[in-house]
Design a binder for this molecule. Sequence first.
Ligand SMILES: [Ca+2]
Ligand SMILES: [Ca+2]
Length: 127
Amino acid sequence: MSVQAEILSSNGNTDVFVLEAHAATNNVYQAQVITSFDWFTDADKIGLTGGLTEEELDYMELIDFDEDGFLDDAVIKLKSTQAILGVVLNADDFVLEGEFIPIVSTKPPITCLQKVNIVSCNSSNVD
Ligand SMILES: [Ca+2]
Ligand SMILES: [Ca+2]
């Protein structure tokens, strides 16, 4: 089973994992964590609130956040402040490139209504 350590975490749904701009932190252990991002099978995306764009992010740093022995967990930082927006397990910069989409945060993303694995649906619930 150990050779499957890096197996992708497909759940059969195209999920949008929302990283809240205001939740950026300097402590990686307080950061939002995406545990089952699967771009390959599911075409999962990462949603950005607060008008953030991919160009404003630095996601080159890989750490072993889940302590599985692989430096395969990407830290997503804001270039401007180096604050940590989130951690994506089992992903690297190649995987993440082009996978960010803007979320207009006046409403929860449609996907929140029917999908699991959304990091922060509840906190983006604004009428
Ligand atoms: Ca998925
Ligand atoms: Ca790891």
